[in-house]
Every structure is written in C-alpha cells, then in structure tokens.
Design a protein around this ligand. Structure first.
Ligand code: ZN
Length: 478
C-alpha cells in the first residue's frame, strides 16, 4: 500500500474512504494477525476471528510488513471496504467439497491448440508490459497499460470476425485502476463459467519503477497467448469462457475480490477458476507447481494433474509437475475460493525457489533468461484446462469411451476396479499434490487395491494399460 505516494491525479479519482483513512479493514490468517499484533500493537486491531481467519483493522505500515515479511507470494491479506465486509468474509460458509464431473476426451482440439503456443509471442508481450516502467495501481501508466491491453484483445476479436466475443472494462471501488474481462459466450451452457486470470498491476517500494516482468506481466502474456490461439482456431465453447486481467492484486487482491464477490452475489455459476501469477522463472527442478493451500480446490488440482498426465507426459509438449504452498491471500484465485468457487493456482517454482527479483526494480525479462519457454508450458496447461472443462455435457457423453473403459468404486477401504477392453500394466494412486502413494503391478483386469494405509481425502487412480494407454479416475476416500 503506497497511500503516501499517491499522485494528485490518483487522489482525485481514488476512493475517498480508502485514501483518507490511515487504517483499513482486511482479512488474514489468524497466525499472521497475532504475529502483527505482537510486533505492532498500535498498528493493528483484531476485530474478529473465525476458523483460522481474522478480520483486522490495520495501518499501511502493518500491511507493508505483512506483504514483505510473511511467507506468501501475494499481499498476505485481502482488502475489505468496511468492518462488516471483513467480518462477513471470515464467517462465510464454505462450499462443501465435491467431485467435479470433468472428463478428458478432446484430444484433437487440445493437441492442435497447444501446438500453436509460441514462447516468442509471450516473450514479446512481457517486454511490452515491462516497458511501461510501472503498472502500480495508482499510476497513469497502469491506466494506459489496461487500455492498451483492451485494444490488443479487441484487435484479436475484430481480426477473427467474432460477434460472440467481447472485452469489458471493470471499474473498482478500492483502486483507481480498472480490471479487464474478455468473454467468449457459451453456445449451449452460457450460464456456466470457466475463468482464467492474471494480474495487471505491479509493485515495488518505488511507485514509478515497478517493471513487474514476471509478477505478473508473465501471467498476462500467458493468458493473452491463450486468447490468440482460441480465436485462431475459431474456438466455440459450450460454457462461457472468460479471461481476466485484474487490477490491484498487490495491495490486497482488490480487483479480483470485487469481481468474484459480484459474481457470487449475482449467483453466477463459476465452474472453475485458474490463476496464472508468475509463469516465467524456472527456479526448481520440476516445471509447474500446483499450490495445495487449504482454500484451493483439491478436486481441481487433481484434474490439472490428470490433464498433465494425459497431455504432457511425453512428446513435444512434455513437462513435469510438483506441488508447493503459497499461504493466505496469495493471489487472485483466493478471491474466487473465498466466494465458494473451485480455484487453483499453478505456480512457476517451488515456493522457496521462486523468482528472487519480484517486487523489485530488477523484475525484468533479462533476468529470466530473455525467453518465455517456461511460461509456454502454462499456456498449454491453460488451453488444456479450458478446452476440456468448457465443453458441453452432450459432447462429453458421446466421447467418454476412453474414460468409461475403467469402472471404479471405493468400498471398505479398497479401490475396486474393472477394465472393459484393456489389460492393465500398473495402477498407481496419486494424491492432490501429485505425489504417488502406491503402485501395483502384475494385476488382473479387475480386482481391488488396499487403501488402508492411505488417509481420507481426494485421490487419483492412474491406470496404465499394456497397450500404452493412461486412464485416470478421481475418487474420494472417506
Ligand atoms: Zn503477483
């Protein structure tokens, strides 16, 4: 939060309540709140607590500390416009866990889309975004960057000649910076939404110099490449597909939390949300790290694992995955999870090994190897996610032969299975972090796997057949 550094231009349009008060309301992890209270007794009030979350009234000094010293990638708190809003956020009843009915059967469409991903396009766009010098939410340059992105997205739509695709600017209460929403209307299930997001703003301790190439020009460039490809293949989803470039993520997920709350208040059915925030720094041995914080959807993480097992295990588009944690208010997917939606956040590295330049004036493309080959993997995963989840159920039933060739059910702590046409080579059980818990070989085409040593939770059974097929099935162990 850089309230003291606000320009006069920003002050005029900046939300009055937000700009005038030194302290503001937010929610955070209860452990964070206690730590802050001990360190800065006069800078923070804990106004309520529920579960592991607290509603707090804090100064910008305390917010700065939370942003830079508590172990999280994002701000570590979620900005709220009033005490009532903060209290209601922590007392919200969370949606119960369920199995999402996703299948994987769009091989032709997915493979042709991911073959079009260009790391050079992503790289060039990261450079364009870095060249603004700053996209700090209070600056005129941030406004220009959003308008320019709107022009770029609109240009792609116009070139494709589509009338069922649109871009809109969303203005906010908590920041002068707008967000951008790109919509492809669903053909048969337009009330169901599949959403992919990234954030447009950047931050350092110098408002005028915040290049933000990895955080999060990389995410914006990644989703823009996905948009380019979907229009290029004349993609028409059954469900409505949206891409969002959020404002003011860095000061408390302001843009995403206003939009997600608005969707929830209007009863919109967001089937799944995936965030791309920092995609271009390969800091770890594996490629894509799924974040497994408790507010993330286990089920959606499992589906992303299924997608990577199916499309990215071998061949031209092969990459590896691992898991990590990101903590409270880590990025914009938190806003969607907080409103009861299934949300996931695939990240560029293991948490302790992410890009060390973020939130500094050296967060530049030149410090990421001057290429975007890492980000290209995220664009592929994003395309796989969209094409497989936004398809219609009618299509799904006619094309699920592959998945239906294995039947499973869980009973008495055993996984019972039967393969219709195939001979099984091996069966492995994978948890929501992608970790393989057990593997069985020399099996019959029907039988049961003992799950007694496995804890309750969401799992994936991966069947490898003698003919080389991989068939995945999710299950819950209760
Ligand atoms: Zn970020």
């Amino acid at each position: 939060m850089k309230i003291k550094l606000l320009s006069i231009f920003s002050l005029v349009i900046f939300n009055q309540a937000f700009a005038q008060s030194e302290k503001f309301y937010a929610t955070t992890d209860t452990e964070n709140a206690k730590e802050l209270k001990a360190k800065f007794p006069n800078e923070i009030e804990i106004v309520g607590a529920a579960g592991n979350q607290s509603a707090i009234f804090l100064s910008e000094k305390a917010a700065e500390f939370l942003h830079h010293n508590v172990i999280t990638h994002g701000p570590g708190y979620v900005y709220k416009s009033s005490k009532e809003e903060a209290l209601s956020a922590i007392n919200k009843v969370k949606k119960s866990n369920k199995i999402l009915a996703f299948t994987i059967d769009q091989n032709a469409a997915v493979n042709s889309a991911i073959a079009k991903v260009s790391a050079d396009n992503i790289k060039a766009h990261i450079q364009v975004l870095e060249n603004y010098g700053t996209r700090h939410h209070t600056t005129a340059k941030a406004q220009t960057a959003v308008q320019d992105l709107k022009t770029k997205w609109q240009g792609l739509i116009t070139a494709a000649g589509r009338t069922d695709v649109s871009v809109r600017v969303v203005n906010h209460v908590g920041t002068p910076m707008p967000s951008l929403v790109f919509t492809i209307n669903g053909t048969t299930a337009p009330a169901d939404f599949i959403i992919v997001g990234a954030h447009m703003d950047s931050i350092t301790n110098n408002t005028a110099n915040a290049p933000g190439a990895d955080d999060d020009a990389s995410g914006i460039a990644t989703i823009t490449e996905m948009i380019r490809i979907l229009l290029d293949v004349n993609y028409k989803p059954a469900k409505t597909v949206e891409f969002m470039a959020f404002a003011a993520e860095e000061i408390g997920l302001v843009g995403s939390s206003e939009i997600a709350q608005n969707y929830a208040l209007n009863g919109k059915n967001v089937v799944s949300f995936v965030q791309f925030d920092m995609t271009n720094y390969k800091g770890s041995s594996k490629d894509i790290y799924l974040t497994t914080d408790p507010y993330n959807s286990n089920d959606l993480n499992l589906f992303l694992i299924e997608l990577m097992e199916h499309y990215n295990k071998t061949g031209t588009h092969a990459f590896t995955y691992g898991n990590t944690i990101c903590n409270y208010g880590c990025s914009d997917h938190f806003s969607w999870a907080d409103n009861g939606y299934d949300a996931a956040f695939p990240f560029e590295a293991s948490f302790s090994q992410y890009n060390p330049n973020i939130h500094t004036t050296t967060d530049k493309l030149s410090n990421m190897g001057s290429s975007a080959t890492h980000a290209a993997k995220f664009a592929k995963l994003g395309l796989e996610f969209i094409i497989e989840t936004a398809k219609g159920s009618v299509l799904a039933t006619s094309e699920t032969a592959n998945n239906n060739s294995v039947e499973i059910y869980v009973k008495d702590k055993s996984l019972n299975y039967r393969l219709a046409k195939e001979t099984v080579e091996s069966i492995s059980i994978v948890d929501t972090s992608g970790k393989q818990l057990l593997e069985s070989k020399n099996l019959l085409s029907f039988g049961k796997i003992d799950l007694n040593k496995i804890n309750k939770g969401f799992y994936l059974a991966v069947f490898k057949t003698k003919s080389g097929k991989v068939i995945t099935k999710k299950f819950i162990l209760e």
